[in-house]
Design a protein around this ligand. Structure first.
Ligand code: SF4
Ligand code: SF4
Length: 320
């Protein structure tokens, strides 16, 4: 295991769990999954569709468990288009072998161009042809990022590719989704959410997910709004009127009430900062309709858009 002791791995699990505010038992489960990853008991194939590669970059900048070399060793076990050395037919041989053996987990980044197969070709094969057999034979599938989970920016209204997210694609192809596909949205996905989900699945099987979003409760149960440090301002209806003001950012277009993820707890870049702490409204990057519609608001002033969809009764406090 590249010189890592059991103690190191338990510590990584604890750090990973602590960053997400998870209880000790869950951290132990994450450590068990990390152990499997590091001992190379599990093959991981990472494929990219229509994407900016931001989720790969985010993952490769993970600070927990730590060094880049661990992560490159983890995800290059079989294939990753950015960090694998293999090219051309060698790649296709590797992917074909994995598909035939069915002993791998698939991490998929990006959306799938339904109506324009030539928009995404891997090793000379259109993704729309390559993907179905891999989705059928994979032991489990993680959609990394919002494009893969819900379509995201490549699927924005008016795009000529008719891009879709993984769930939609699997349903259209008649490939079973239940207890197989897990969505880890985010633009990009946070590395801890992705690595933690992968570790959990390897250690304990399919996690508890939201019934509609298919997001794991461990990392996506609460909205940004639920745990926001500016929530007291929301309750007092003290709203910022311009960037840089104190107060809740709702009237500057904050979509924290509609975006479910753990940003307020683990923040970004090793816990240094995150959108709202930096004074920027949450743009809802983990939400199901992120960037899909022409009128999706990035920093739009006013409350009209999210008044429609946000119910205060949905808050954690009244739910549980
Ligand atoms: S609307 Fe935004 S800034 Fe205001 S409390 Fe909710 S998440 Fe925080
Ligand atoms: S605060 Fe909102 S926009 Fe920022 S990373 Fe988190 S979910 Fe995405």
């Amino acid at each position: 295991m590249q010189g890592y002791t059991r103690r190191d791995i338990l510590q990584m699990g604890a750090l990973l769990g602590a960053g997400m505010g998870l209880a000790g038992k869950q951290s132990e489960i994450l450590a068990g999954g990390l152990e499997k990853i590091l001992s190379k008991q599990v093959k991981v194939v990472w494929l990219q569709g229509l994407s900016c590669t931001g989720c790969s970059v985010s993952f490769l900048n993970s600070d927990v468990p730590g060094p880049l070399e661990i992560l490159t060793e983890i995800i290059s076990l079989v294939y990753h288009s950015n960090v694998s050395a293999a090219q051309g037919h060698l790649v296709m041989d590797v992917l074909d072998q994995a598909t035939a053996d069915g002993d791998f987990f698939l991490v998929f980044e990006g959306a799938i161009p339904r109506n324009m197969p030539e928009a995404c070709v891997i090793g000379g094969r259109p993704l729309v042809d390559l993907l179905p057999p891999m989705l059928k034979s994979a032991q489990g599938i993680i959609a990394a990022g919002t494009c893969s989970s819900f379509g995201g920016i490549p699927a924005a209204e008016g795009n000529p590719t008719a891009a879709v997210g993984l769930r939609q694609f699997m349903q259209d192809e008649g490939i079973p989704v239940k207890n197989r596909l897990i969505n880890c949205p985010g633009c990009p996905v946070h590395p801890q959410s992705l690595l933690g989900t992968l570790a959990y699945v390897l250690a304990a099987g399919y996690p508890k997910v939201h019934p509609d979003r298919l997001t794991p409760d461990l990392f996506y149960k609460h909205s940004v709004h639920d745990d926001c440090p500016r929530f007291h301002s929301w309750e007092k209806r003290e709203f910022a009127e311009k960037f840089g003001d104190e107060g809740c950012l709702f009237q500057l277009g904050c979509l924290g009430p509609r975006s479910h993820t753990s940003c307020p707890k683990r923040q970004w870049n090793g816990g240094i900062n995150w959108c709202i702490r930096a004074g920027a409204p949450c743009i809802g990057c983990t939400s199901e309709d992120f960037a899909l519609h022409r009128d999706f608001p990035f920093y739009r002033k006013g409350e009209q858009y999210h008044q429609v969809a946000y119910l205060e009764d949905d808050r954690k406090g009244t739910q549980s």
